[in-house]
Design a protein around this ligand. Structure first.
Ligand SMILES: [Zn+2]
Ligand SMILES: [Zn+2]
Length: 175
């Protein structure tokens, strides 16, 4: 969603609270395309600081559908987002501010809420996603999901008789 902040930009030091939400339906990044399962409207606190800076802050959370790191089945991960940005309203003349470029979030008098939300997801997305803490993962041999049922290859213990024969072979090899 983009919100029009013409009023805010035209009145120095004006403060506004705006109820907004993101129109993003998925978080698409280099890592993949993760559908957004749940999101909620949230309040953005906006402040025109001395006609120089636009302060943007707010909190929300989104729930993403992501694959479990162990078994690869789709599970969900809730990401808490804390937006806190200081966006320059004019191109800095000479002095280099450490704030991010206005062009990223502001186009004329339109503030790009989706871009703000996207960047916060990028920064806060979980590095490890598990469907449950005791997810058994998948069998490295046959690829079966071990949460559903144990597979036969994982159960096969080395046969002690075979082990004895292997020992004999090993002895021959050493000679
Ligand atoms: Zn899992
Ligand atoms: Zn297996």
């Amino acid at each position: 969603m983009k919100i029009d902040i013409t009023d805010l930009l035209s009145i120095e030091n004006r403060i506004e609270e705006r109820l907004t939400e993101t129109d993003l339906v998925s978080f698409r990044s280099k890592l993949g395309d993760f559908p957004i399962r749940k999101k909620e409207p949230f309040t953005l606190h906006l402040e025109n600081q001395d006609n120089k800076w636009l302060l943007v802050s707010g909190r929300t959370k989104v729930t993403l559908a992501m694959p479990c790191d162990r078994c690869l089945e789709e599970t969900s991960a809730t990401v808490s987002l804390v937006i806190d940005r200081k966006i320059p309203l004019k191109a800095p003349e000479g002095d280099e501010g450490e704030a991010e470029g206005a062009a990223d979030y502001l186009e004329g008098c339109s503030l790009d809420v989706d871009k703000l939300v996207f960047d916060e997801i990028l920064l806060n997305r979980p590095l490890k996603v598990l469907c449950s803490n005791d997810c058994k993962g998948i069998c490295r041999t046959c690829g079966a999901n071990l949460n559903h049922a144990p597979c036969s290859c994982c159960k096969t213990e080395p046969d002690p008789r075979m082990a004895a024969i292997r020992d004999v072979f090993d002895q021959f090899k050493e000679v």
